[in-house]
Design a protein around this ligand. Structure first.
Ligand code: ATP
Length: 237
């Protein structure tokens, strides 16, 4: 019997800190795509952002979140899983934090394609805010040569209000989850199940403002990650 091609997704981000919005995104796509593996990948030095916590802190928080996400996935039933799809394995990708200089997603996906094999379904998971600006990403059209793009809705970002270039890509590539599971790359799948008003910017801001606000911020971050934030005095300055 031939083994079916693997289904892998990468959820990349600055993860400063990794929060419940990312956790929900990972859980949702692990289920709807019946993933074999979900890779949480902290960005190196994001070229669009300044004043970001060190890669070492963001990587440590991502590792804590990955353990928690694996625990949550093992504790929930996935109605999309096939008998040959085990509980999604959650891993942490260090590719981008280890790379020197600017890190571009297209290069990461290009490097992953031969590692996963030509037949594997490889997806990049992003929020709606990223889809809206996708045509400003380095070499963005080549992303589709290596992976699908799977998008989740996010409050404040109107998926019907994208640039003509992104609208053209959507018209050509939009497909459903089943097509993403079956094909290796090239599709865009938009899931509008979640609508979570959580952002790392708000969490950093609340933590910065002190204890009372910190109590509010910690609701949006897995416990182990929040302990890390407090123990290392992140976002206090
Ligand atoms: P910041 O507020 O610092 O810009 P962020 O909350 O957007 O950070 P990132 O680490 O930059 O977090 O996000 C990583 C990925 O997760 C991006 O593709 C982003 O769109 C997505 N994402 C983050 N939060 C949400 C959310 N609440 N709903 C949907 N997608 C999200």
């Amino acid at each position: 019997m031939n083994a079916r091609p693997k289904r892998i997704a990468i959820l990349g981000g600055t993860f400063d800190p990794i929060h419940e919005g990312h956790m929900a995104l990972g859980q949702r796509f692990a289920h709807v795509l019946a993933l074999d593996e979900l890779v949480l990948m902290p960005a190196g030095q994001p070229w669009q952002k300044s004043g970001v916590s060190s890669p070492a802190h963001r990587l440590a928080m991502t590792r804590l979140a990955a353990t928690e996400l694996a625990r949550r996935l093992a504790a929930t039933t996935n109605e999309n899983a096939t008998p040959d799809a085990p509980v999604t394995h959650v891993s942490v990708g260090t590719d981008e934090v280890e790379r020197k200089g600017n890190t571009y997603t297209v290069e990461t996906l290009q490097a992953w394609r031969p590692m996963v094999g030509a037949d594997a379904s490889l997806s990049l998971v992003i929020g709606a805010d990223q889809l809206v600006g996708l045509d400003r990403w380095h070499d963005w059209l080549h992303l589709f040569d290596y992976a699908h793009i799977c998008v989740e809705a996010r409050p404040g970002f109107d998926l019907t209000n994208v640039s003509p270039a992104v609208a053209a890509a959507l018209a050509q590539r939009r497909c459903d989850a089943e097509a993403i599971r079956r094909r290796p790359c090239g599709g865009i799948f938009i899931d509008q199940t979640l609508d979570l008003p959580i952002s790392a910017t708000e969490i950093r801001d609340l933590a910065h403002r002190g204890l009372a606000y910190g109590a509010k911020a910690c609701e949006h971050v897995p416990d182990t990650v929040w302990h890390y934030v407090r123990d290392h005095h992140l976002y206090e300055d």
